[in-house]
Ligand binder design. Sequence first.
Ligand SMILES: C[S@@+](CC[C@H](N)C(=O)[O-])C[C@H]1O[C@@H](n2cnc3c(N)ncnc32)[C@H](O)[C@@H]1O
Length: 343
Amino acid sequence: MSEGLAHTTVLLNEAVEALAIKPDGIYVDGTFGRGGHSALILERLGSNGRLIALDKDPAAVAAGKAWRDARFQMVHRGFAKLAEVLSELGVAKVDGATRRCEASGAGAPSSTFSRTGGLCPTVLKVDGILLDLGVSSPQLDDAARGFSFRFDAPLDMRMDTSSGMTAAQWLATVDEALLAEVIRDYGEERFAKQIARAVVAARAIEPINTTRQLVELVGKAVRTREPGQNPATRTFQAIRIYLNEELEELARVLPECVTHMQTGGRLVVISFHSLEDRIVKHFMRDMAEGDKLPRNVPIRASEVPRGRLKLVGKAVRAGEAELQANPRARSAVMRVAERSDVA
Ligand SMILES: C[S@@+](CC[C@H](N)C(=O)[O-])C[C@H]1O[C@@H](n2cnc3c(N)ncnc32)[C@H](O)[C@@H]1O
């Protein structure tokens, strides 16, 4: 089990600063992990503030459920289900609803929100959402999770161990062409076809049930080595991304974040590889541009359509000191955007 395995939070201060926490605001940590960001968010919140944390991983959820803080709520759900979670908790889409609830005497946020399932007749938007994507150190460092080629373990790789197919189950039946496509697209692996062929040949002899089996057959199929990298790195990344629907969930949640944030609310996303970062970057840029008008339409500057998001600063990377202390921060890229008042 991953108990006792720690996660060193990446861009901790930078991400929480970027959320521009209001003491009585409502925040979502969509990727709780071991709660590094959540703990600092709670430190910055006052007694009426609220933090809702989500994670797919039952081990992360168990860690969060052990926290005793009336302002905090841990939910076992993928962040693509953000809208569903907020609606179940009585937090949803009407601007200014916080104020209306308080004015109507329906109760302070603690009674209008969450635990009671929404005494408040109207619904609330949130003030900030953080997504710190990918896997946590406890997931990578717990051999039994099967995420890592460093250990010999059952080939699982599910973030949510309570549902879905393990990597071993998937590799037992996946079509060779699909496997090659996944390894090429999500692993950016040049030898994807050769690896897929090797998997199909190997499973005809015996099932591929362990990380070691996969490492060995990928090692034989990959002909050129990248310095300092295990030849199986890209294949493991690809299978993990595919099985956990990491890119699909990200693409699904981003528009939900915009819908469910108050004006001035901040969306902070930390990505760990270029496929994720591309989705975040394009989404934020497109949402910041607003509706495109046909060329040469004669309008005043004040009439130029504005987007639903405003970009906040440039992409942020970990500084030297953090990289020294935590090499896993080297691929992290943080992007921040603020909800504008455009409906
Ligand atoms: C990089 S860790 C987050 C670490 C956390 N910020 C901390 O400081 O402890 C990513 C976490 O997000 C979770 N996760 C990844 N994709 C998810 C998704 N689509 N929905 C919910 N949780 C997800 C993983 O299970 C993992 O626990």
